[in-house]
Design a protein around this ligand. Structure first.
Ligand code: FMN
Length: 183
């Protein structure tokens, strides 16, 4: 049996709640024998989309930087995890920049049918989390990804999630189920 490869992307601007949940999801995937590569977008130092929207038709990004190889790595991954904190009912700024940079790969859908698991961590409002999830789902739809599901958690102040054992345990279970879904 070949090892399943998963790329897990964090759109958090700090090492806190989202990353803690993402690490738990990754742990669950690894417990099922998958190999997980964690990518923290804030560490990549990449440019935002330059607005050259012809990229959509030419399937090419004129911005070449640290983010470019990540899009190539998706080709060989069996699954992808997208994790973001909720910012103003939406994904974080760096997650949005990442999404915008993926525009050249929408049509034809380069990642057609690739399995994706979504993670949203918000401060308080369930409504906000639902809207953030919708943004992640919309992105996944544009890329014609196969959405496994969403794990969402509530935590606001720094590392608050570490006091929420139930959320941490549930995130591991979510990861296990996602890895099984890849088989
Ligand atoms: C700019 C900004 C906007 C935010 N907007 C929301 C929001 O609309 N709804 C919400 O529930 N939490 C909101 N929050 C709270 C974060 O989602 C929360 O603190 C979360 O735990 C952050 O994840 P992190 O620890 O990975 O940074 C916002 C936080 C920031 C910094």
């Amino acid at each position: 049996m070949t090892t399943k490869k998963i790329i897990a992307i964090s759109g958090s601007h700090r090492d806190s709640n989202t990353d803690a949940i993402l690490r738990q999801v990754a742990k669950g995937c690894e417990n099922e024998g998958a190999q997980v590569k964690l990518i923290f977008l804030r560490e990549l130092k990449f440019q935002q989309c330059c607005g050259w929207s012809d990229c959509y038709y030419q399937n090419y990004c004129i911005v070449q930087d640290n983010l470019s190889p990540i899009f190539n790595e998706f080709d060989n991954a069996n699954g992808v995890i997208l994790a973001t904190p909720v910012y103003f009912d939406n994904v974080s700024g760096i997650m949005k920049n990442f999404m915008d940079r993926s525009n050249p790969y929408c049509k034809p859908p380069r990642y057609l049918g690739k399995k994706v698991a979504l993670v949203c961590v918000g401060g308080a409002s369930e409504k906000s989390i639902v809207k953030c999830d919708e943004a992640l789902r919309s992105f996944s739809f544009h890329h014609r990804l196969d959405i496994f599901g969403t794990y969402s958690a509530v935590a606001d102040y720094e590392k608050e999630i570490l006091q929420k054992n139930k959320s941490l345990e549930e995130a591991v279970e979510f990861g296990k189920k996602f890895a099984s879904y890849l088989k």
